[in-house]
Design a binder for this molecule. Structure first.
Ligand code: ZN
Ligand code: FE
Length: 747
């Protein structure tokens, strides 16, 4: 029995060919708990065969274990692949979607039935998670079921020596799904015409909605500022930096700095977006003054074909959705909602069953770190070292993912998004149901955030009540720390530092600048950032100047002349007076220790962001403005409550002395030093030397790398994230880990 990621990755045919090569007879079979191989042969040959399995496995597979049981078996006169049977044991993983392989790209030019066939695929590449409805992974359980194979495809599908042997989405020009183009006036079929039309629209500065692997994208020329700005306008409220797809790695390198690890990741079969430092600018509107670009390379045959005709070497490729809704997958919704946004629409008639966004990664501390875990990674499991079977973890609210436990594996959902509107919530419950089917999972325990109003909390409460199963609640930052412990397989008391924007605290306040002594069972709040009132609650998150005002008033009272500070000269008098009044009378001003708010306030004072136009804009701009190679920092006082009075005093002095451009680097250095100082204090009191850092703030490369350098120099053993997002996307894994210990499940 072979377990791991071994289905949907060409594993059975691989085993078949290997067995033939070794002259072995027997059978191979996909089962829900793995791939079962029965072979007849002497021990030595079987040994060599097993070693070859490990060494020569298909690129997208990941073998976790090979279990060999010698026994008496019937006679076999050949080696066969038998049809999938249902077995009720632990489910084998469903493969993530795989970028088109080189062999298939060659077929686009040379295979008579697949010349320019834009959905060409084989056992080594193509859609997987995005087309699967149920297990076992077989054509009849995918959205390919409505495309009967032609004779030639069928013969390849059955021919063991063929690369398409048992490739479930196998198809060609005569039998497979087809692309189409449509706009208000015309509908075009025929791939050459579609691509010619695309190219002419893009070079005319128009935008196109394009169906991808896990959802629709919106696309336009990344060098045409007018086109990008028009797309922004039509997409509504969306001013996030746009991701860019480059023609190939060499054109990417003309515009972005990409080291070896980054290039390898860009070219990996997962093909994520990688956040890179800019070398030369694209259209101004693409990243809006930031010094980074989210870059990716073609991963569908259509992308490659398109670039053959496009004059431009880079296109904006942003998710096809409106404001905060999930990315659109259904063709009729695309026509309804994206047609008015784009000038033309390109779709194909194979259904996307499971939505997934492009994954996002960044190089931090010489490791490729996942920031958004979706296409190419989901539904690959995460080993936690804990027994998490039967637990459903509902996740947080922002950047939500949920997570189910199968044995000791945590299976995270794709990135769902911010659970605050109906569409996202529907996506959440649909996906939860789908994961139940795909992994034959029935929840026995529910776990959720402490926040009483998160939709994920309500979902968990309803499920627990409806099924009459236990519900466990985990504090947000405890879950952050636990997610990082689980990823690093640490199960002991640690110094846990969690810096993020927002999380419901045990005292009912908003937490987010937290220093814990923690393990999976619980935590002690050793120290935290000073509480500051947020005038207007969520309004203050959207308008960082409010938080800046709040900090100044808190530390300096009425002695501040707001109009001596450039930031407040930009604010309408009435708004400023209103905010000061709210603070004075404590109206709608919840208390927050969120590190994110401190970054907001400093970014506002540094003149980088008065009003945020997208999530995390102030800290992103603050990081982007850091002057490297400066060691200056601000003072602070690190008691049980960490006060920033002295820091703000000096920030005001820097502003007065025309040193505003030094604020970003000095502020970042301050936070690094604060982490060091507190870690040393905690170590002195507890003897603990392991530091675990988690929370969205640690996606800040400058901050994390500097902090790591300081902590390591001081002899700490430091643990950070790599495969689980440091932001709230990782919360579900932390919840599942804490729940496992709370319930007392044993491995
Ligand atoms: Zn292929
Ligand atoms: Fe968080």
């Amino acid at each position: 029995m072979i377990r791991g990621l071994v289905q949907g990755v060409g594993f059975r045919p691989f085993i078949y060919r290997l067995a033939c090569r070794h002259g072995l007879s027997g059978v191979v079979e996909n089962r829900t708990d793995g791939v079962s191989v029965i072979i007849k042969g002497d021990i030595k040959t079987v040994d060599r065969f097993s070693n070859d399995i490990l060494e020569k496995a298909p690129p997208a597979s990941r073998i976790k274990s090979i279990e060999v049981n010698p026994r008496m078996i019937e006679e076999f006169d050949s080696f066969r692949i038998v049809r999938s049977s249902n077995s009720e044991e632990i489910t084998t993983e469903v493969s993530p979607d795989i970028a088109v392989c080189d062999d298939c790209l060659e077929d686009l030019e040379n295979d008579t039935e697949r010349i320019n066939y834009p959905l060409v695929n084989c056992t080594n590449c193509g859609p997987r998670f995005s087309i699967i409805r149920a297990i076992p992974y077989d054509r009849f359980n995918t959205s390919m079921v409505v495309f009967p194979m032609c004779e030639r495809c069928e013969s390849e599908y059955r021919d063991i020596s063929n690369r398409r042997f048992h490739a479930q989405p196998v198809a060609c020009n005569s039998c497979g799904p087809q692309y189409y183009y449509s706009d208000c006036e015309t509908r075009i079929s025929g791939i050459e015409k579609i691509i010619a039309k695309t190219a002419s629209l893009i070079s005319a500065g128009k935008s196109v909605a394009l169906k991808g692997t896990g959802g629709y994208h919106l696309m336009c020329d990344a060098f045409n500022n007018e086109a990008v700005s028009e797309l922004r306008k039509r997409k509504q409220r969306d001013s996030k930096p746009f991701a860019v797809m480059f023609r190939d790695i060499s054109s990417l390198r003309q515009y972005c700095h990409a080291g070896k690890a980054e290039q390898e990741q860009l070219l990996s079969w997962q093909r994520p977006i990688v956040i890179l430092r800019q070398k030369r600018p694209l259209a101004e509107e693409v990243s809006r003054g930031l010094n980074t670009t989210g870059a990716m390379l073609p991963y569908m045959p259509f992308h490659y074909m398109m670039f053959r005709y496009l004059k431009t070497s880079a296109v904006v490729l942003t998710s096809g959705n409106l404001s905060d809704d999930p990315v659109i997958t259904a063709d009729n919704s695309a026509e309804k909602y994206l047609m008015p946004v784009a000038d033309g629409l390109i779709g194909y008639d194979r259904e996307i069953v499971n939505r997934s966004d492009d994954s996002v990664m960044r190089l931090i501390d010489n490791k490729m770190v996942l920031i958004r875990r979706s296409r190419g990674f989901v539904p690959g499991p995460v080993e936690t070292g804990l027994w998490v079977d039967g637990i459903f973890a509902a996740g947080a609210e922002q950047k939500n993912t949920f997570c189910i436990g199968k044995g000791n594996q945590a299976i995270m959902s794709q990135h769902i998004g911010d659970l605050k509107n109906f569409a996202t919530h529907a996506f959440y419950s649909e996906s939860a149901e789908r994961f139940g089917e795909l992994f034959r999972f029935t929840p026995q325990y529910m776990v959720c955030d402490l926040h009483p109003l998160y939709l994920s909390t309500l979902f968990a409460e309803q499920m627990a009540e409806g099924r009459n199963i236990p519900l466990i609640k985990v504090q947000h930052h405890h879950a952050h720390i636990a997610s990082c412990m689980a990823e690093n397989k640490i199960d002991e008391k640690v110094i846990g530092i969690s810096l993020d924007g927002t999380g419901y605290g045990r005292d009912g306040n908003i937490w987010g600048g937290e220093f814990f002594v923690a393990d999976f069972h619980g935590f002690e709040r050793f120290a935290h950032f000073d509480y500051v009132p947020l005038p207007g609650g969520d309004r203050a998150v959207a308008e960082p100047w409010r938080t800046a005002c709040s900090y100044l008033r808190k530390y300096f009272g009425d002695s501040i002349d707001y109009y001596s500070i450039p930031l407040f000269r930009k604010i309408d008098d009435r708004d400023l007076i209103l905010v000061l009044e709210m603070l004075e009378k404590k109206i709608n001003s919840p208390l927050s220790s969120g590190a994110g708010r401190l970054f907001d306030a400093v970014a506002a004072l540094a003149g980088l962001c008065t009003v945020a136009s997208f999530d995390s804009e102030p800290p992103i701009r603050l990081e982007s403005a850091v002057k490297k190679g400066v060691n200056l920092k601000y003072p602070f006082s690190a008691g049980e409550v960490i006060s920033f009075a002295d820091m703000f005093d000096e920030i005001l002095r820097d502003i007065k002395n025309d040193q505003t451009d030094m604020i970003p680097v000095k502020f970042h250095n301050t936070i690094s030093n604060l982490i060091l100082e507190l870690s040393e204090k905690m170590q002195k009191e507890t003897g603990i030397k392991k530091v675990v850092m988690s929370g969205g703030v640690f996606q800040n490369r400058y901050l994390l790398e500097r902090t790591l350098m300081l902590l390591r120099k001081a002899g700490f053993e430091v643990f950070t994230h790599q495969i689980i997002p440091s932001n709230d996307g990782g919360i579900s894994v932390g919840q599942i880990a804490v729940a496992s210990k709370t319930i007392g499940l044993c491995v």
